[in-house]
Write a protein that binds this ligand. Sequence first.
Ligand SMILES: O=C(O)C(=O)C[C@]1(C(=O)O)C=C[C@@H](O)C=C1
Length: 303
Amino acid sequence: MRLYADAMQRIAYFGPQGTFTEQAALRFGSELVPVDTIQLAIASVRKGETEFACVPIENSVEGAVPATLDALVRDEPVVAVAETVLDVRFSVLVRPGTTEIRTIASHPHALAQVREWIADSLPGVTSIATSSTAAAAAAVERGEFDAAVTAPVAVHHYELDEYATNVLDVADARTRFLLLRRPGALPEPTGADRTSVVVTTPNRVGVLSELLTELALRGINLTGLESRPTKGKLGEYRFYIDVEGHIAEPRIGDALAALHRHSREIRFLGSFPKADHEPVEAHNDEFAAAAAWVDAVRKGERG
Ligand SMILES: O=C(O)C(=O)C[C@]1(C(=O)O)C=C[C@@H](O)C=C1
């Protein structure tokens, strides 16, 4: 995979050292700055302390990462310029010499992915949420809990032993991560891109179906739809919409303009190459031919 950041450009990542997010960030660059929360990673980009931030966005078992969705709409805009997907398997780490496990700690998304394993292998153990998987390892090292559910690499960063490896309730679990920066020149279209926006709609009948119809009419494939409360009135939601294609393509540009018309607020979250590099059926030639025909008709050159 191409490194995104050059040697001078720093990437704030959801740490501390030994998180899955650190593994994802290493695919984008080498100047990594660990911070303790997703909010701080994104704030570091907003303030210009780092050029980039790397954060988790969704997991195939537990779904979207709410802290990331919420941080993306607060304050100044940031946009995704790349994504990567990691296979997820967990290790359970303990202090050397541990004989009894009464508490097990990790990030809520990690605990949710090993719930059945904990019930089967460590019945009666209390699960405790920490800010990240590596924060759980650090807390176990300090003696606060007995075991941590971590990324396999965490064992190299903390004075802990492997109690179990390859722990996972659902095979083939995967997490997608974004590389974010302040708005600037967009990544070039590659023919295998994803575009992400978040919209707040007026509260009226059929508005979500209108948004989706605008995509469907243009043959645009929806790859993600999440809702989060606006945190204002009960029942008011923001919709996070991921589609295949790049805003540089006419049909995507048209569709986003239509979403703008239907929305109370809209924020562009990026057009960037998809991690799977699977080409997208874009029909760009047909859109260009249609636009050329309208142009010619307007000039009186065609009927
Ligand atoms: O705590 C970490 O290690 C993370 O990088 C976060 C995170 C997540 O938010 O889903 C990333 C991948 C795994 O699914 C579990 C936790």
